[in-house]
Ligand binder design. Sequence first.
Ligand SMILES: [Zn+2]
Length: 52
Amino acid sequence: MCGMRVDPETARARGLALIHDGREYVFCGKGCLLEFRDDPAAFLDPRHLPSM
Ligand SMILES: [Zn+2]
């Protein structure tokens, strides 16, 4: 989600996957997941550039 490669199975096993709008998003870390959960729209905005 933030541009890093994340293996979905690994992310799921670590609780770093989230379903949003029927799509599954996986994250490299808890920080990314929480950021997404706080403001999914910002992540889904194509103009958004990840700051990490
Ligand atoms: Zn990340």
